[in-house]
Design a protein around this ligand. Structure first.
Ligand code: 5CA
Length: 442
């Protein structure tokens, strides 16, 4: 992509309305624009990151055996009357009336709809276990939308739903998602700690929130310091394995959100020098609630003995759009964003220091073509802005690598290669800079 053809409205000055760094940087980098309170347009650069995160989430869901579908954003109110949640959900639900005076709503979550879909499609115990998921926009009329896409009213969520015959099978499905979540956050370059959590309007009694520690987080959390050192499990387990032993290292150590915090237990079980009491960002939340929805909505299958059994269910959410902001909170410096390679909108920013100079143009065009042809994603700054402004923009938008080409270096046949995360700059010949990226792919 050429900057001269891209749409990346950079703001030089910090926007006044943004209270936290991720919101400021996402606005300044031209990733998002607010359309009305808590509702955002995703500009090209922001959308690229959102899609990259979505794809990692999808891959790890698929790897865990979950199956993707897509449910609509608008649902019928009657569905929610059947589960008893229509009145309970309160003012956060955006209620709509269609032209035939039918009550509709913009889905804040999908337990009801998926339960009906599964009920109408599953017949016997052979149809379970199943975990289904979608990645779809949600709407919650939050009382205080704030911090940009961190707490929006419209937001993108991955929500998965598991169906099992028995509670103990259901817990296996829960554990499988637990592992998938650890792997997902690790691939996103984040350290997310699972913490015992309250279940709120979703229900049930087994629940974990996945939390990234950050001063700007909205949740207050308490945990054992050693949890920060644990690495996500591999995926070398069979489809039917019970993963309880795999997640035991996370379950064994104290970690709780404010609502579930037990001060006495925390002080008893965690040595003083290992006690972390901090703020955190909730990037995922998983629940096991048994037959809370399948009972009232009559979602049962015939067991091996012929008897009808209501299915045992869990639901599993990841805040995909919130993750964009959470990654920025976790990974930035005074110059701007530092994207982990796994989610970066482009891997390489190519800076032409003297657009219009024949030799510099020729070299940049050739690098741009060679790298693009080799499958690298490159944002080529071919504009005639000042060098200083170009450097600032590239640092701000946080691409992992910058290739800087100007007449002075090119006299010696050299360009500069800058690592955005470390700030390290090396001088390389033209072939070497291409080999640095293309070599890395083979
Ligand atoms: N049905 C369950 C699981 S699928 C559910 O809705 N869980 S939730 O309410 O905890 O939401 C799941 C995740 O969505 C949260 O962990 C959070 O990361 C994200 N999320 C929730 N509300 C918002 C919001 N207003 N703005 C951005 N992300 C949000």
């Amino acid at each position: 992509m050429r900057v001269s053809r891209f749409f990346m409205p950079i703001l030089r000055d910090p926007p006044k309305e943004a209270e936290i760094v991720s919101h400021r940087l996402m606005l300044r980098a031209g990733m998002i624009r607010q359309s009305s309170s808590g509702i955002y347009s995703w500009l090209p650069l922001g959308l690229m990151v959102l899609k990259n995160i979505e794809q990692i989430v999808r891959e790890e869901q698929n790897r865990a055996g979950a199956v993707e579908l897509l449910m609509p954003t608008i649902q019928s109110a009657d569905l929610w009357r059947d589960s008893g949640r229509y009145d309970d959900y309160g003012a956060e639900m955006l209620r709509i009336t269609d032209r035939h005076d039918r009550d509709m709503l913009y889905g804040p979550t999908n337990e009801e709809l998926i339960t009906v879909l599964f009920r109408d499609g599953a017949r016997s115990y052979r149809d379970v276990p199943r975990t289904l998921y979608h990645i779809q926009w949600k709407f919650r009329d939050e009382i205080r939308p704030r911090f940009g896409v961190m707490r929006g009213r419209e937001f993108l969520m991955k929500d998965a739903y598991s169906f099992d015959l028995t509670a103990s099978e259901g817990k296996k499905s829960y554990n499988r998602m637990f592992v998938a979540y650890l792997r997902t956050y690790e691939r996103l370059g984040l350290k997310a700690i699972p913490m015992r959590a309250d279940t709120g309007p979703i229900g049930g009694d087994l629940s974990h929130e996945f939390i990234i520690l950050a001063d700007t987080g909205e949740s207050e959390v308490f945990c054992h310091k050693d949890l920060l050192e644990l690495e996500a499990p591999g995926n070398n387990h069979g489809p039917e394995d019970d993963l309880e032993p795999v997640i035991a290292p996370w379950l064994d150590k104290y970690a709780a959100t404010e609502e579930m915090h037990d001060k006495a237990q925390f002080e008893r079980d965690v040595p003083a020098d290992k006690q972390i009491s901090a703020r955190g960002i909730e990037v995922g939340h998983i629940f096991f609630f048994g037959s809370k929805y399948t009972d009232p909505m009559k979602c049962s299958v015939q067991g091996p003995d012929g008897a009808l059994t209501p299915l045992q269910c869990g639901s599993y959410g990841i805040g995909v759009s919130r993750l964009v902001a959470a990654i920025v909170e976790a990974s930035h410096d005074e110059g701007g964003i530092i994207w982990p390679e796994s989610v970066a909108p482009f891997k390489i920013g190519l800076i032409n220091l003297k657009a219009g100079d024949d030799e510099t143009d020729k070299v940049c065009e050739s690098l741009y073509e060679q790298l693009s042809n080799a499958g690298q994603t490159v944002l080529y700054d071919d504009t005639n802005e000042r060098a200083g402004a170009k450097f600032k923009t590239m640092d701000l938008i946080g691409l992992p690598w910058q290739i800087i080409a100007g007449p002075r270096g090119l006299k010696q046949g050299k360009v500069e290669l800058k690592n955005r995360a470390t700030g390290e700059i090396s001088e390389l010949g033209l072939d070497d800079v291409v080999a640095h990226f293309v070599g890395a792919r083979t």
